[in-house]
Each structure stands twice: as C-alpha cells, then as structure tokens.
Design a protein around this ligand. Structure first.
Ligand code: C2E
Ligand code: MG
Ligand code: MG
Ligand code: MG
Length: 275
C-alpha cells in the first residue's frame, strides 16, 4: 500500500478492473456525495510575472480524495460531473471556496491579486450564472475585479448567447480568460467582440517550445495576437527556465507551471508568498 502513495501522502486513483460501465457508475455514485462528505478541496497554482517573479494570481484547481479510491484526477471526474449535471453543484462549491480562500489570505496579510476559476460549458449555459457569481462575491466580500473565470474556446463558440453572457459578467466586474488557447476552434472575428481579458497559451505548445519550430511559431503567434488585441497572455505548463526565457524574449511576461510551483494547499502559498 505504501507503494501506491504519492509524494504528498495521497494514494492515487487506479481504475478497477471491473469494466468501464461499472467503474463509471461507481465513480458517479461516489462523486454525488463527495461535497457533503468533504472529500473535495482546492489546490492553488501561482501565476507569476516572469521577469520579476512577482505573484500575479492563482488558479483554483479542484481535487477529489475518496477514502477508497484515493485521489481521482480532475480529467477523470470533471467530464463525469458534466454528464451527470453534478458540475453545477461542484462548480458552485468551487466558486464559493475560491472566493472565501482569497478573503482568508487577505486576512492573513497576503493580498493575492486575482484568482482564476475554471468554468465548464454546462455552467456557462445556465441562465442564472451571472447572478450566482454576483451573489457569491457579495456574500464572501471578495472584490469582483479579483475574480477571473476561465473557459475554453469551444465553450465560447458553442454557447448560444456567449456575447450577452460575457457582457453581463463584465458588468459585474469579473474578468474572463480563454483557457487552453490554440487547441480549439475560435473565430478571431467573433473573439474580437468579446470583452475577454486574457489568453492562456495551452501547455501543449509550451512543452517543446525550444525544439519544435511549429510549437514555437504558434506560441509566438498567440503572443502577438494578444498584443494586437490588447489582451494579456499567460503561458500554461511552464516547466523549465528555458521556456520562461523564451516567452520573455517574445514578449510574454506571465507564466504558470511546475517551474514556478505545482498546485498547492492554501498554507503553502502563504508560506511562500507572505511578505
Ligand atoms: P486547466 O484549467 O488547463 O488547468 C491546468 C492543468 O495543468 C492542471 O491540471 C495543472 O495541475 C496542470 N499543470 C499546471 N502546470 C503544469 C506543468 O508545468 N506541467 C504539467 N504537465 N501540468 C501542469 P489538473 O489540476 O489535473 O486539472 C486538469 C483540468 O481539469 C483543468 O485544466 C481544468 O480543465 C479541469 N479542472 C480543474 N479544476 C476544475 C474546476 O474547479 N472546475 C472545472 N470546470 N474544471 C476544472
Ligand atoms: Mg484552467
Ligand atoms: Mg489550461
Ligand atoms: Mg486544460
């Protein structure tokens, strides 16, 4: 059993051998109770200004630790939560918890400039979403400009009234980032109408940035696109100093990735960043 434990003492989820359908059902059943059983929590990954090392913000990433299954990866349970509709409850929990954590850090003396929270398509479609966000901000006391919502290109392109939705969010004072940028299909003409603040270069383009000329070209193109559209651009998945140096050289001064920090617990973030 010790062998199955990860660095931080967690056991990691291993799919059982009983077949995909049964496995799915089992996960679904457990997942539905995960919030009330207090099995879900958030990790936070710093977003850093490359040239100064300054903390620009954090991204909230949900974790699910089931007593039997161990730590189930988000890529496994988020799609399930989306299919079952549980994502609305989970997404709401994440939003509340993220905002509360920002206030806790503030009270402990650390002002984190902003927190980014992932939204899935299902949440984006919900008519009441903007109202819910506004209410959570009011209840937790977090200033709206400190909250950024992350959605993927496909969410924006496939949502009927994305423009109205994004305008409403904008009016509340919350900003929007396009996650995994470059991996989806987006019409730049459409994008141009959206009050979006940030493009996040997908980590697949960062991985081989200094060896693959295509990835290099794509990363540079996104940086330039961001500049010409007056958007801020952040690179995901930065793991090496070389990657960071490349980005800086090409005009991208914001990064997130293991080179700076893995996603961590709130206290670890305090320890590292408290002035
Ligand atoms: P994402 O939003 O693109 O988040 C970034 C993912 O990349 C995270 O994986 C993070 O741990 C990982 N990552 C960060 N830096 C590095 C790096 O340097 N190298 C590598 N190899 N990986 C890095 P994670 O936490 O497993 O999350 C996976 C995805 O699950 C997220 O991708 C996001 O789409 C989704 N997700 C996570 N939390 C939530 C949530 O609260 N709500 C929703 N709707 N989706 C979430
Ligand atoms: Mg994200
Ligand atoms: Mg991403
Ligand atoms: Mg992703």
């Amino acid at each position: 059993q010790a062998k199955a434990r990860g660095r931080n003492g967690y056991r990691f989820y291993q799919p059982s051998m009983t077949g995909e359908g049964v496995e799915r059902l089992r996960l679904e059943t457990y997942l539905r109770r995960s919030i009330e059983k207090e099995e879900v929590f958030l990790n936070f990954q710093p977003q850093v200004e490359i040239d100064t090392g300054k903390l620009l913000g954090v991204e909230a990433l949900v974790r699910w630790n089931h007593p039997e299954l161990g730590l189930v990866p988000p890529n496994r349970f988020i799609p399930l939560a989306e299919d079952t509709g549980f994502i609305n409850q989970l997404g709401q929990w994440v939003l509340v918890e993220a905002c509360r954590q920002m206030v806790r850090w503030q009270e402990a003396g650390l002002v984190v400039p902003k927190i980014a929270v992932n939204l899935s398509a299902k949440q984006f479609e919900r008519g009441s979403m903007v109202g819910t966000v506004a209410e959570i901000l009011r209840e937790t006391g977090l200033e709206p400009h400190r909250l950024q919502l992350e959605v993927t290109e496909s969410v924006i392109m496939n949502t009927g009234d994305a423009l109205a939705f994004i305008n409403d969010l904008h009016a509340v004072g919350v900003s929007l980032a396009i996650d995994d940028f470059g991996t989806g299909y987006s019409s730049l003409a459409y994008l141009k109408q959206m009050p979006v603040q940030t493009l996040k270069i997908d980590r697949s383009f960062i991985k081989d940035i200094s060896t693959d000329v295509n990835d290099e070209a794509i990363a540079i193109a996104i940086i330039q696109l961001g500049r010409s559209m007056n958007l801020s651009v952040i690179a995901e998945g930065v793991e090496t100093e070389q990657q960071a140096a490349f980005l800086l050289r090409h005009g991208c001064n914001q990064a997130q990735g293991f080179y700076y920090s893995r996603p961590v617990m709130p206290d670890d973030l305090l320890q590292r960043w408290l002035p």
